[in-house]
Design a protein around this ligand. Structure first.
Ligand code: HEM
Ligand code: HEM
Ligand code: FE2
Length: 485
């Protein structure tokens, strides 16, 4: 084994070596997301900016697609990270897993290049197959869709076969069922129908049932594992919480789907179903906050990896506010009538994706880096700790600034465009020209720059944290080390 504090792949098991590859691509795409977000934001301030070269529609598409893909890469990496630990056996098809990783990565690069090179064109069958499917967040063309399904099936085979061969823990069992649902739902976004209402009906199955059901359960599993690793929390406790959260999450999230069926031409009973069940959705998120704080309090916030623990606790709060509170604000049809599709939605979308998912993936980056450097101590008195603290502060402060600015713009749109102007075309433009709106767009950009700075610092920190550290987790916290092996 190499010296402490040195990045050495000998410190990692097979699944973890594959995981860090996924993490590397994930970070790169995170960077792309931030870059294209900044460009799209600048176009709000100056609509001529890059017009005809890189249109807003393209920037926005690359921004949100990069987000979905980098989070998925982060999740796949995290699952490979914990797979051998949880199952107790080596990953069964590691070579196969590596092959899939390269195919997947190459496909993503090709898809993005095509987005950038072919920005306009006719909406024909061949466009759907080769260029862009036109479904927000999952615009990837049909050939890539099929490729993604094959890659995900291969990934699922690896995870399932490894758990079958070894042992299936509580976390492992929940993870397996969840991955079946997560992968299966993707198929709902692949049907072709010329009826836009039906198209949207199925598309929401992917979008809503991913972020408000299957992804939530996945991060529940990751949080459970993360708490065991960073604080040595007892498995029995985290798994009990996990079962409760999963039951609540599926109980409210599945029919909560109805909050996207208010205005797309689906039957009226969705007002009642969607309003009622989605209003219950914050409850499991409260359970997650209680869970994380209970464990952290019980262990007096003593951890072997402070940045990871910080991001995990941030996840509990970010998820609760971004998804729970910001989602609840506009989920009743009586309110959604006024807020639908305004910047209010974007405010919620940003805080929820960041709070619930970005935070957890970053926590796993830190868990990975720690072991990669030979299980170095990453807690109190860490050399250069200012970097992770400032990165965390800037990312959060940037995100909160953006969220608040967008909320104000959305509030103004609901008033001026919807309530006063009656939602007509003129009212739409009047709302866009209002001072509250234009100033909010400036503040969103300020938040965006803060966020981008935080991102740069995060990458720098991930590359250097623990480098000059000579203490091992094993020596300082033998109790925790037992759990961390
Ligand atoms: C982590 C979980 C969540 C994420 C990542 C998330 C993300 C998003 C995003 C990105 C949109 C915009 C979709 C579009 O492009 O049209 C959206 C819409 C919406 N979300 Fe969430 N959401 C989450 C949880 C929730 C929860 C728990 C609720 C309710 C309590 C909720 C209520 C809504 C509603 C009502 C809309 C429709 C907004 C409109 O009418 O324009 N969301 N969500
Ligand atoms: C530098 C930071 C960022 C900037 C400047 C930025 C800017 C933007 C802009 C201008 C849009 C288009 C909004 C519209 O159509 O009106 C957008 C959409 C979106 N961004 Fe960002 N963004 C940033 C970071 C992020 C991050 C970190 C996330 C989440 C992980 C995120 C998630 C989203 C989502 C989900 C949408 C679609 C929202 C919707 O349809 O309502 N963005 N962003
Ligand atoms: Fe939803």
């Amino acid at each position: 084994m190499a010296a402490l504090g040195v990045l050495d792949s000998a410190n990692l098991n097979g699944g973890q070596k594959l995981a860090v590859k996924y993490f590397a691509v994930s970070v790169a795409l995170f960077g792309a997301q931030v870059l294209f977000g900044l460009l799209a934001g600048l176009q709000y301030l100056n609509p001529e900016f890059l017009f005809g070269i890189l249109d807003f529609s393209v920037n926005r598409m690359v921004h949100v697609n990069a987000m979905v893909v980098w989070l998925l890469f982060g999740f796949i990496g995290s699952v490979y990270w914990l797979l051998e630990d949880e199952s107790g056996v080596p990953v069964v098809g590691l070579g196969f897993g590596n092959l899939i990783f390269w195919i997947f990565t190459l496909a993503v690069v090709v898809v993005v290049l095509v987005y950038l090179l072919v920005q306009v064109g006719p909406g024909e069958k061949s466009s759907i197959w080769l260029i862009n499917e036109g479904r927000e967040y999952i615009e990837a063309p049909r050939w890539a869709d099929i490729g993604i399904v094959v890659c995900v099936l291969g990934f699922f085979y690896n995870v399932a076969a490894t758990f079958m061969k070894g042992k299936i823990t509580g976390i492992g069992g929940v993870l397996l069922f969840d991955l079946i649902a997560l992968a299966g739902l993707y198929l709902a976004g692949m049907w072709f129908t010329p009826n836009i209402s039906m198209d949207q009906h199925w598309w929401w199955w992917v979008i809503h049932l991913w972020v408000e059901a299957t992804w939530e359960v996945l991060v529940g599993c990751l949080m459970a594992y993360g708490l065991i690793k960073t604080m040595g929390v007892r498995r029995k406790i985290v798994e009990t919480w996990l079962y409760i959260e999963v039951a609540l999450m599926f109980g409210s999230g599945i029919l909560g789907l109805g909050h996207h069926y208010f205005w797309i031409g689906t039957p009226e009973y969705w007002f009642t179903i969607g309003g009622f069940f989605s209003a219950l959705e914050p409850i499991p998120l409260v359970a997650m906050v209680v869970h994380a704080l209970f464990d952290a309090g019980h262990h007096k916030l003593k951890s072997n990896n402070n940045p990871a623990l910080g991001w995990i606790i941030g996840q509990a709060f970010g998820n609760f506010f971004g998804a729970g509170v910001w989602g609840f604000m506009h989920t009743l049809p009586q309110i959604n009538l006024y807020t639908h599709g305004t910047q209010w939605t974007a405010s919620h979308g940003h805080l929820a994706f960041f709070g619930a998912y970005v935070t957890m993936v970053i926590a796993f980056f830190y868990i990975a880096v720690q072991k990669w450097r030979g299980n170095v101590w990453m807690s109190g008195n860490l050399v250069g700790a200012w970097k992770w603290k400032w990165a965390m502060f800037l990312l959060w402060a940037g995100m909160i600034t953006m969220t608040m600015a967008l909320l104000i713009a959305g509030y103004e749109q609901s008033q001026i465009e919807r309530a006063i102007g009656g939602s007509d075309w003129m009212a739409y433009f009047a709302a866009q020209a209002h001072r509250w709106f234009t100033q909010a767009m400036v503040w969103r950009q300020v938040g965006g720059w803060m966020f981008a700075l935080g991102f740069v610092l995060l990458v720098w920190d991930l590359m250097t944290i623990g480098k000059r550290e000579t203490r091992s987790t094993y020596v300082i916290e033998p109790e925790m080390a037992k759990a961390a092996v």
